[in-house]
Ligand binder design. Structure first.
Ligand code: ZN
Length: 402
């Protein structure tokens, strides 16, 4: 591959997306013969970063492509343990009835009807000399039937992909730590299968989440926000994170808001909003901001009986923003840290295939704390919005286009 130095990272991640790992085509078919594709980037001393990033993208895509008959919560935990053992990290796992006992009413309530119990799993990297604590929290719904508010026969296929946020965080964590990372980084996985059964959560049930807030369930298909609310509060209370980013295939409305190619980003920090957009451009995992206005939108969740409902009153009022606000409300809108919410419902796949979306975005967005010079280079943070070099680069590109 021959490209501009500034495009190397995005190009390598794009190539990785084109060569997925998962297939169950039978061995007799000629199309499943193993083929080796060698992609060479002629860039001095930066290849290790590119191959780790490519591995991360393909790990995430493989998990998302794998159907729930194979990728249930047991198997997802095996994937987390495998990454942990490669990095020398033992995951913390809270599972099944222990979730209920410890107050994780969101994750437990969503996953309790499934054959394979729900889990909260955490991989932690805590190097000496760290100056801040970052937590990535991923939605890992290994299958979403919608629960008792069940999806239809045309809207359910593809719901194996509802673990795309957690898969991206696992791929990004593996690649990021392998490249060396100076700050504390925790990957928090909220794993559950939203299933139908006699013990399934009913509409009208009221659950107490890990935040202590009560939620009247009016739609069991709005389950991602429930597991993520528990995850972000765990990151703030138990991990003392300064920066919390949650990533999720959260709303169908994300595609309406920002389309198939751009993740929707919502954050309480203007600086991070801009950084997400720039990290999207430098990584190829594009992102665009959503409206962030809790003072006008949070009333969509008003409940007469509990602190809030879990699904909005008016689905035509900034639905993707509202879904994100539900998560933020459990942290508290006055929480002093930085909170970033990334909805990847549409870009998680392109047609029938997973894209591994989110891995490159996370690596780039947090690249300033990396030991790797390429990730430092693609990271937008700490850099003023209109650096003269950026402008020069843009002018160069413009000239080439002319
Ligand atoms: Zn759902």
């Amino acid at each position: 591959v021959v490209c501009e130095r500034s495009d190397v990272f995005a190009s390598a991640c794009a190539v990785a997306r084109a060569f997925p790992l998962f297939t169950r085509r039978s061995a007799s078919s000629r199309r499943t013969e193993k083929k080796h594709v060698t992609v060479e980037f002629v860039v001095f001393s930066l290849q290790i970063c590119l191959s780790n990033a490519a591995d991360g993208v393909r790990l995430a895509a493989r998990i998302v492509d794998t159907p729930c008959s194979e990728m249930n919560t047991d198997h997802f935990l095996d994937e987390i343990k495998a990454v942990g053992s490669e990095l020398g990290i033992t995951p913390v796992i809270i599972r099944g009835e222990e979730l209920k006992q410890r107050g994780f009413g969101g994750i437990y309530g969503v996953g309790k009807a499934a054959e394979h119990p729900p889990a909260l799993a955490v991989l932690s990297h805590t190097p000496d000399g760290a100056t801040q604590t970052i937590a990535w929290v991923g939605k890992g719904i290994v299958y979403d039937t919608g629960g008792l508010s069940i999806k239809g026969k045309t809207t359910m296929p593809g719901m194996k992909r509802d673990c795309g946020g957690a898969a991206a965080i696992l791929g990004a964590f593996k690649a990021t730590i392998k490249q060396g990372f100076k700050d504390n980084l925790h990957a928090v996985f909220c794993l559950a299968e939203n299933s139908v059964g006699p013990t399934a959560t009913r509409p009208d049930d009221i659950h107490t989440l890990y935040s202590g807030k009560t939620v009247e369930i009016n739609n069991t298909d709005a389950e991602g926000r429930l597991v993520l609310a528990d995850g972000v509060v765990y990151a703030s209370k138990d991990l003392s994170a300064d920066i919390i980013l949650d990533m999720a295939t959260l709303t169908g409305a994300q595609g309406i808001s920002t389309g198939k190619y751009h993740a929707a980003v919502m954050t309480n920090s203007e600086q991070w909003e801009g950084a997400c957009v720039r990290a999207g451009r430098s990584s190829g995992d594009l992102a665009h901001p959503l409206v962030y206005c809790p003072e006008l939108h949070f009333s969509e969740f008003t409940s007469a009986l509990a602190d809030m409902k879990n699904s909005v009153a008016d689905r035509e009022n900034a639905q993707s923003s509202c879904a994100g606000l539900f998560i933020g409300s459990h942290l508290g809108f006055d929480w002093p840290g930085i909170w970033v919410h990334v909805d990847i419902a549409s870009p998680v796949h392109a047609g029938e295939r997973a894209t591994g979306f989110g891995v490159a975005l996370l690596m780039a967005l947090f690249g300033q704390a990396s030991d790797d010079s390429m990730l430092n280079q693609v990271s937008p943070l700490g850099a003023p919005t209109n650096k003269p070099e950026d402008k020069m680069e843009r002018d160069c590109k413009r000239r080439r286009l002319v």
